[in-house]
Write a new protein. Structure first.
Length: 112
């Protein structure tokens, strides 16, 4: 990997770039940029907050990332299923749920 990299030019020209640098800069970063562009094209400003909020439902580490307010934001997007008066009851239910799950010892064996 420390050998000089020749980019199709004359081998007489001594290059300051080695194969490791070539793969890190010329290949790896280009591939990361392409993947980033693909993800940016798939997930716009409307989808991204929903996906971030869904991450709060991940059961790993005994729901340490569980956030009632973020889950209520998700529920408010579905106003047909969760009318305004049901969101208060949902808040209470979610708070009870998180207390019950964190007190349950089998939660600590949960692996995701």
């Amino acid at each position: 990997m420390e050998d000089p990299y020749y980019s199709g030019t004359s081998r007489r020209k001594v290059s300051q770039i080695n194969y490791l640098h070539h793969y890190k800069v010329d290949v790896f970063i280009v591939v990361i940029d392409m993947q980033s562009q693909k993800l940016n094209n798939r997930f716009n400003e409307i989808n991204t907050p929903l996906l971030v909020s869904m991450a709060y439902l991940c059961p790993s580490k005994c729901l340490q990332t569980f956030n009632v307010d973020e889950i209520l934001k998700i529920a408010s997007l579905y106003f047909n299923e969760f009318p305004e008066h049901d969101l208060g009851a949902l808040r209470a239910s979610l708070q009870n749920y998180i207390v019950d799950v964190r007190c349950n010892t089998s939660c600590f064996r949960l692996v995701v």
